[in-house]
Ligand binder design. Structure first.
Ligand SMILES: CC(C)(COP(=O)(O)OP(=O)(O)OC[C@H]1O[C@@H](n2cnc3c(N)ncnc32)[C@H](O)[C@@H]1OP(=O)(O)O)[C@@H](O)C(=O)NCCC(=O)NCCS
Length: 273
């Protein structure tokens, strides 16, 4: 009898749980999933973190991302002012400004938070890492899509500025303090101001390719080509002169002058005509 009652209670509980789950809106469920993935990202990538609770409670980057995820859902429903209000409140509390219109994949980790700016038309793939002071912004010269697109697993170092509408390929790294103004291929490292590629597919990129100061002079390159042509013409002229000398020597030899003389005579006739 008691057994039957327990079975009945279990069934009731399952039904109640299912009903409760159905009552939770899909947007809240997806928010919880995203939060869990963002906490996973902190635990995987920050050796300093000690527990998931610490990651959830004490990381301003995580709080800013959660605020963004809520604001983005409102932004998509055209609740622009409320979305901006949430984003600006998060900025005030965390020092991280993420425009609610930005598109951000799962597992974003913003370490230390402060000073990060992510523009409206920025696209960030999955599992990216941004350190403090990173700007994913526009150059101020464009409208429409004017912010960068980051692929998956991109790391942007502290203080780096990525400005303009171009793509930073998946698995690439932007060095701390770099200013990136153009596309970065996949699996590459970009450093410096303006940034240049120093590593691609694990191999160092030749420094000769990166030299922006000692660019070859196109005029001197053309002169070199002309010099080459002049030298080959000189060689040809010399060989022709030698052939001519041989021919003259053969003509002046006794018994063999008649045909050459006839040739010379016919040539002078043609010239006169
Ligand atoms: C760029 C970085 C990711 C290293 O990437 P990597 O692919 O392993 O590159 P390497 O270390 O082999 O460096 C390649 C070249 O770039 C140079 N370089 C590395 N970081 C640089 C930087 N921030 N600025 C300028 N040059 C840099 C190296 O000196 C090296 O030059 P060399 O070829 O003349 O020796 C790393 O140096 C970096 O900047 N990380 C950012 C981390 C960060 O922001 N931490 C903040 C924690 S709070």
């Amino acid at each position: 009898m008691i057994r039957i009652n327990i079975e009945l209670d279990k069934k009731k509980l399952c039904r109640a749980a299912k009903t409760a789950e159905q009552l939770v809106p899909e947007s809240v469920k997806s928010l919880c999933r995203e939060a869990s993935q963002d906490i996973d990202a902190i635990c995987e990538r920050d050796p300093a973190v000690k527990s998931r609770t610490e990651a959830a409670m004490l990381y301003p980057g995580f709080h800013a991302i959660m605020a963004y995820r809520v604001a983005n859902k409102l932004y998509k429903r055209k609740k622009y002012t409320t979305a901006r209000l949430i984003s600006q409140t998060a900025r005030f509390l965390t020092g991280v400004e993420i425009h609610p219109g930005a598109t951000i994949g799962k597992g974003l980790f913003i370490d230390h938070g402060s000073g990060v700016v992510i523009g409206e038309t920025t696209v960030i793939g999955d599992n990216c890492t941004l350190y403090q002071g990173v700007t994913l912004g526009g150059t101020g010269k464009d409208s429409g899509k004017r912010h960068p697109t980051l692929g998956d697993n991109v790391m942007v170092g502290a203080g780096a500025k990525v400005l303009g509408n171009f793509t930073v390929g998946s698995d690439s790294k932007i060095a701390a303090g770099a200013v990136v103004l153009g596309p970065v291929p996949e699996n590459s490292t970009a450093v410096g101001i303006p940034a240049h590629i120093v590593r691609r597919d694990g191999q160092k990129v030749s420094k000769i390719d990166l030299d922006q100061v000692h660019i070859p002079d196109p005029v001197s390159q053309e002169l070199c080509v002309l010099m080459g042509k002049v030298m080959s013409l000189e060689t040809k002229i010399k060989s022709l002169e030698e052939e001519l000398k041989c021919a003259e020597a053969a003509a002046s030899a006794p018994g063999e002058g008649a045909p050459a003389e006839a040739d010379a005579q016919s040539k002078s006739d043609t010239d006169v005509g």
